[in-house]
Design a protein around this ligand. Structure first.
Ligand code: NAD
Length: 331
């Protein structure tokens, strides 16, 4: 099936091509993000393959539909960038990748926590300059501390289990309880209590209207003073300006984010030779107790291989009229 692959980076080309070896779909790789201006590049493509920062809103879907697109396949678990209701109105099916190494993201979240708590990135920058001073690099033991997990699905549960292995008390907040989270000793508490008791809060719920800015000025004021916030889920879960204010007063002791509310204009590209006009992120990266990575938590060989294979399998199933096991249900 002729498929336009937007936001295609080098690894997308290599690994999607490998996954497609036997399926034989005609893949058209496009480096640009999908927007209303670039949608025309998918003319004649029955399938369009997108990533997290492509803009798949109603206007784009109307245009894609008029051009003959019948399937949108996102190379991600989250699909908040897609107006699923508008896709349905346009007779376009939406598939995602429901299952790929959740360990990739959970392990990265642990990495961010260790890096921000123990100042590993700062220490490494210092030693490159020949500075072996320890001043300013003190962290705290995770053993015995309380870790709050918001969203205890696949990733949140693995993260919680790893933290339990560190000897932490693990609290969870979710709309539905997960026996796997409780199996290692994770305990559900109301969200307010989680914020009030946790030394570390890690976000693992999807971005929905309900979870937008689930971390905000109010929740940060309720939090334990000096606690650390980790976000590997979606930028819109955190009111970044409120987090910035809380960092300034010391209410928030550290912040590590792999996702950022305004990341669409920044992430997945090399902007090192340009002036970045986003003052919020510029201020954030200037804090010594903040770590920002560019949406790379999923980026392991195992996860990417699985993402590409599932995407190709979904396109093949659609082409042959088979059941779409990874279809996003209509809202
Ligand atoms: P999942 O569906 O297994 O788990 C999500 C959990 O969040 C579910 O248990 C759900 O009930 C819960 N939830 C929903 N609304 C909630 C709310 N209001 N409050 C608390 N919990 C709520 O999903 P997953 O595979 O664990 O992925 C979680 C998120 O991680 C994804 O939605 C995606 O945004 C993010 N993610 C990020 C990356 C990355 O590279 N940074 C990669 C993959 C996924």
């Amino acid at each position: 099936m002729r498929t336009a692959v937007f936001s295609a980076r080098r690894y997308d080309k290599t690994m999607l091509t490998a996954a497609n070896a036997t399926a034989g779909h005609e893949l058209l790789f496009i480096e640009d993000r999908l927007t209303v201006d670039t949608a025309v590049l998918a003319a004649g493509c029955e399938a369009v393959c997108v990533f997290v920062n492509d803009n798949v809103d109603a206007e784009v879907l109307d245009r894609l539909s008029r051009q003959g697109t019948r399937l949108v396949a996102t190379r991600s678990t989250g699909y908040n960038q897609i107006d699923v209701a508008a896709a349905r109105r346009n007779g376009i099916a939406v598939v995602r990748v429901t299952d790929y190494s959740p360990h990739s993201v959970a392990e990265f979240a642990v990495g961010l926590l260790l890096a921000v708590n123990r100042k590993i990135a700062r220490a490494s920058m210092r030693t490159r300059e020949g500075n072996f001073d320890l001043d300013g690099l003190m962290g705290f033991d995770l053993h015995g501390k309380t870790v709050g997990v918001i969203g205890t699905g696949k990733i949140g549960t693995i993260f919680g289990r790893i933290m339990a292995g560190f000897g932490c008390v693990v609290l969870g907040s979710d709309r539905q309880e997960n026996a796997a989270f409780q199996a290692f000793g994770g305990r559900y508490v109301p969200l307010d209590a989680l914020h009030a008791s946790s030394d570390v809060v890690s976000l693992h719920c999807p971005l929905t209207p309900e979870t937008h800015h689930i971390v905000n000025a109010h929740s940060l004021a309720q939090s334990k003073r000096g606690s650390i916030l980790i976000n590997t889920s979606r930028g819109g879960l955190v009111d970044t300006e409120a987090a910035s204010e809380a960092l300034k007063t010391g209410q928030l002791g550290g912040l590590a984010i792999d996702v950022y509310e305004q990341e669409a204009n920044l992430f997945f590209q090399d902007l090192s030779s340009t002036i970045i006009c986003d003052d919020v992120i510029q201020r954030l990266v200037s804090f010594p107790n903040v770590i920002v990575t560019g949406h790379q938590a999923f980026f392991t060989v195992e996860a990417i291989r699985q993402i590409m294979q599932t995407t190709i399998d979904s396109i093949s199933a659609f082409e042959h009229g088979a059941a779409l096991v990874n279809q996003v249900p209509s809202p």
